[in-house]
Design a protein around this ligand. Sequence first.
Ligand code: ADP
Ligand code: MG
Length: 263
Amino acid sequence: MNTTCGNDGIRKQCIALHLPYIRENLNDLLMEAQQSDWSYSEFLEAALTIELDGRNRRAQEKRMKEAGFPYAKTLDEFDLNFCTAISRPQFHQLKELTWVDGLYNLILSGPPGTGKTHLAIALGRKACEDGYRVSYCTMQTLMRILRTQEIDRMSKTKLNRIKKSQLVIVDEVGYLPVGKSEGNLFFELISELQEQCSILITTNKGFEEWTELLGDPKMAAATLDRLSFRCDKIEMGGKSYRIENHSSFLDKDNDAELPGETG
Ligand code: ADP
Ligand code: MG
């Protein structure tokens, strides 16, 4: 072994062996080993742990980015006192994600502002953290992807990613009407995904309204049949969190005087 090459040599070997995190942290590792009088095995374990942690972190960031969340929402921020549709034990079960392992689907339905998107994104992010491949898109984006998959490379890539995901989140189903041919594409995708991943859908429509939603009653029934086979539906009724917790910038007191207005 060539020990005369010193730390530069080690760094080069780290590059050759693709060990970026050991390379980055080499000085700190060596210093701590000296200061704490580490044994050889303690040093090796610390170096490998740094590499492994770094790789896990990078993989998690990649999963998070590829999932395509529009913004970050977390389960910790989700106020269960406000959302009475979900009990604490149920929330815990959702959070544990065993339903994703069991290929269960989840439908969050209810009026606007009741936390459907928040919960969907937060569960999706938790799944990314726990190592699952996740895809998020709105129904509108999904329709565009399905329509343009043959002519747009980005759509094709996104669709492939969806098909390889363990959790697929389709947000805002029912907000915009879907034509018969688009409904068909949606049905085909659901059929394909059904046996291979979990599907989380948020919708402002009840099941009975899905018929008009997908443009064709038979197809709507078939899509629902596929989705409902292994599925839980949570009705997030009640008030809008936005309206109940809105903030405003106008002074509440209309008669408040402006500075310098007196006299
Ligand atoms: P929906 O998708 O049902 O229309 P959102 O999930 O977009 O509603 O929620 C609207 C806003 O209210 C978001 O900023 C969200 O973070 C917040 N919100 C809704 N429900 C809750 C909740 N139970 N706890 C904390 N924030 C909530
Ligand atoms: Mg929403």
